[in-house]
Ligand binder design. Structure first.
Ligand code: SAH
Length: 669
């Protein structure tokens, strides 16, 4: 504690923070902040000054209970208030008249206390052993404190130098230091992202998608199941031991369970819930005909053929005689499917496995071509492969820090930037990628906080382009594809998770949808410069409070449960995971059953369908009006905690109530 200076970090050049997150132009140096509680005259030009606060009987707002403010902050005048308009708390200093959205931080001296472990914000991984407890990573190699790092406007090529900063935006919270502690780990030896290679990867993935469609069509007579390619990529990464960040290359089992299951589900025909009895009748007929055709052409066991043929004949007879209603057709179809599907599956098994194997092998070949080309390009800059990543010499406990990319990036200034309406356009070799300006600035903030090798932002634009290209490649080409794989919790929920349960970390995120500056994401190579701690299954925290909202890929969700349970078993230090998954019970997913019966479960609650929201999966490109949408399914929230985690962040009735309120859509409050 010796090095802590007892003053909140108030920077007069604080970036703007407008109430709706939209910066007016030319705001440099024109600092805005939440309204002071005694603000009475609203200024129409300064939206941020119009926050309604909870007003006490005398007309001036009452502070909220400030239990979570450190004593040092209370002593120097900080109190917490509630902004009704933003539905979130803010902090006001009655002595200095300063106001902030995030809890003010005690300034620490980075030369003597690089990570602020003397601060009350930070946990003490090894109380009583100062030497060991001092985390020593997460500072830029220059040794400069991060907030002093300059960032060069010219390099960004911004047409105007007006780049409002969003560190204090209500849309994310980058002020909050992490409470996640890990053992120091080896850096990443993946080649640094290169737009040329991302373009090549995108083309290859596109080809592979097309090939998947052709295989499903020519071999099984069906369309490739919607988004099953995307889920395949995620599922493969659960088991893959290879080095390509996107393609699977070293999988013990070539046949992907998710791809196999999803194709099989549409064989012999894809069934959708019919609207009217006429549709239901047609569907029954189609299934019967397709099952018969399949058994005739593919064979299967003699017993299976007999069962299918007999049931199909019986269905035809029933159809000729009956004048049935909607429910009868559905019931009959369910019966027919129960009888035939096992035999149909048996008959199609080899062929479907063949599709999965073919896809995997093609991915391996493509990854090899990409890797060869990537290193060839880097060698032109005298950058060579590092075979063995240098292991940390001591196994020290440290606060988690972004993946450290050890292979340097070549200097490339080939991405052009322009601005149109409220979007930034980044162009590389004729391919223009768009991003909402708010998110462009968000990336800039993350880069400033986390990137270790580029203080002048020389690589910034190429890295943003590569990042966007990668995510668009992962989530597909159709309108709204990938939506269910990256919808985010609403801001009010994140704010509550942080305030009430001490959460400072998202286990599943991207630089585009993260709320905190510390998070895990699918791609260490493109995302580490923007703060990613890498994929969650390769991240081993010892303590900390975490939120997990995984993409809806069953195998990944199941492995997540295994992973969290392993971590909770290993650690005696406070560890907590608050998990949000869809409440699919028809039939229940493996992950759902595992979570509900976990020995670490302290509580579970349901957010009912249509009574809670998600943030759009493409929040970085969608319009503001589309940002939040109502969930059509229930969401199961499960608290997994070890004993120390329960002691610290346990789901008491009061806390859970706050969470449930925070999840309610605004108009229903
Ligand atoms: N961060 C938001 C949105 C989560 S959506 C929230 O917590 O509410 C799920 C995110 O998980 C997507 O951005 C997806 O890209 C990411 N993801 C996919 N595989 C991952 C992995 N193995 N590790 C971490 N994140 C992953």
């Amino acid at each position: 504690m010796a090095d802590v200076q007892q003053a909140p970090m108030i920077d007069k050049t604080l970036p703007d923070k407008s109430g709706d997150g939209i910066q007016s132009s030319g705001t440099n140096g024109n600092s805005k902040s939440p309204s002071t509680p005694d603000q009475t005259v609203p200024d129409p030009n300064k939206k941020v000054l119009q926050h309604q606060t909870s007003v006490g009987s005398m007309g001036s707002p009452e502070p909220l209970p400030s239990d979570d403010l450190p004593e040092e902050l209370l002593q120097i005048g900080w109190r917490k208030y509630w902004s009704k308009r933003e539905n979130m708390p803010y902090y006001f200093n009655k002595i200095t008249n300063e106001s902030l959205w995030e809890m003010p931080q005690l300034l620490h001296d980075p030369t003597t206390d690089p990570l602020g472990i003397g601060s009350d914000q930070a946990p003490h991984p090894h109380v009583g052993d100062k030497r060991l407890s001092r985390p020593s990573i997460d500072i830029p190699p220059t040794g400069l404190p991060q907030h002093k790092r300059r960032h060069s406007g010219e390099v960004l090529g911004s047409p105007t130098a007006k780049r409002p900063a969003f560190a204090y935006s209500p849309f994310w919270n980058f002020e909050m230091p992490t409470n996640a502690v890990i053992f120091e780990r080896a850096p990443c030896v993946l080649p640094p992202p290169h737009p040329e290679i991302e373009l090549m990867r995108a083309q290859m993935v596109h080809k592979l998608r097309q090939h998947y469609q052709e295989l499903c069509h020519s071999r099984e007579g069906i369309d490739a199941p919607t988004e099953s390619f995307n889920r395949w990529l995620l599922e493969r990464k659960v088991v893959d031991m290879g080095h390509d960040p996107l393609f699977p290359t070293v999988c013990h089992n070539e046949v992907s369970q998710s791809m196999y299951r999803e194709i099989m589900n549409d064989i012999p025909v894809k069934l959708v819930k019919p609207k009217y009895s006429g549709d239901a009748r047609k569907q029954l007929l189609r299934y019967a005909e397709a099952a018969k055709k399949m058994i005739d052409s593919r064979g299967g066991t003699p017993e299976g053929r007999k069962v299918v043929k007999w049931n199909v004949e019986e269905t035809f007879t029933w159809l000729r005689k009956q004048n049935a209603v909607y429910e009868d057709y559905l019931e009959r179809l369910a019966h027919l499917k129960r009888q035939c599907q096992p035999h149909v599956t048996e008959a199609a098994k080899t062929s479907v496995e063949g599709i999965c194997t073919k896809m995997y092998n093609m991915a391996c070949e493509m990854a090899k071509k990409i890797s060869d080309k990537h290193w060839e390009l880097l060698r032109e800059f005298n950058i060579n492969e590092i075979q063995q990543p240098p292991e940390p010499i001591h196994r020290r406990k440290v606060f988690c820090y972004p993946v450290h990319m050890v292979v340097p990036s070549p200097r490339l200034q080939i991405v052009e930037m322009s601005q149109e309406n409220e979007q930034h356009l980044l162009k590389y070799r004729g391919e223009t990628l768009k991003i909402n300006s708010s998110h462009f600035y968000k990336l800039e903030q993350l880069y400033k906080i986390s990137c270790r090798d580029d203080p002048r932002f020389d690589h910034y634009l190429t890295r943003v382009w590569s990042l966007l290209r990668r995510y668009h490649t992962l989530f597909g080409t159709q309108p709204n594809e990938g939506l269910s794989l990256q919808g985010a919790l609403p801001l009010s929920v994140f704010e509550c998770l942080h305030r009430v349960f001490g959460v400072t970390f998202e286990c599943f995120a991207s630089p585009l949808n993260c709320y905190f500056r510390q998070y895990c994401s699918a791609f260490p190579d493109t995302d580490s410069y923007f703060g990613s701690r890498g994929p969650i299954l390769k991240f081993y925290p010892i303590s900390g409070s975490f939120e997990a909202n995984p993409p809806f890929c069953e195998e990944l969700m199941e492995s997540m449960v295994d992973h969290f349970e392993g971590l909770l078993t290993e650690s005696k230090e406070p560890l907590s995971f608050i998990v949000f998954i869809p409440e699919w019970r028809d039939p229940p997913t493996e992950a759902l059953m595992r979570l509900e019966s976990s020995p670490f479960k302290r509580k579970q609650v349901i957010l009912p369908p249509y009574e809670h929201e998600y943030r759009h999966g493409f929040q970085h490109i969608c319009s503001k009006d589309d940002m939040n949408f109502k969930a059509v399914h229930g969401t199961l929230v499960v608290f997994l905690q070890n004993d120390a985690g329960f002691q610290r962040w346990g789901p008491t009735t009061e806390r859970v109530k706050e969470l449930l309120i925070s999840a309610k859509p605004r108009e229903s409050l």
